[in-house]
Design a protein around this ligand. Structure first.
Ligand SMILES: [Ca+2]
Ligand SMILES: [Ca+2]
Length: 84
């Protein structure tokens, strides 16, 4: 029974689409904005330049709207960033 439940959980996890990570998952401390460190935990390859571009109002954090814009622009996502 326990094995069955574990197997079911694994199937659900595997069925998750590989889309960009949810804002709420990145926001580790739950303050409603994303710091550079929070983003780096999810996107280890993110550099300060990319973060600055995402932080369009320059307050040092990426809010929900800025995060959405970055996802739309393809700054964040599963695709490898090799365009510099
Ligand atoms: Ca946060
Ligand atoms: Ca900002």
């Amino acid at each position: 029974m326990k094995t069955y439940l574990l197997g079911l959980g694994a199937c659900v996890a595997l069925a998750m689409p590989a889309l960009a990570t949810e804002f709420s998952e990145i926001d580790a401390d739950g303050d409603g904005v994303l710091s550079f460190l929070e983003l780096q935990m999810i996107y280890p390859d993110l550099d300060a330049g990319q973060f600055d571009r995402m932080d369009s109002n320059g307050d040092g954090y990426v809010d929900a709207a800025e995060h959405e814009a970055a996802v739309q622009a393809g700054v964040l996502g599963p695709a490898p960033a090799s365009e510099t």
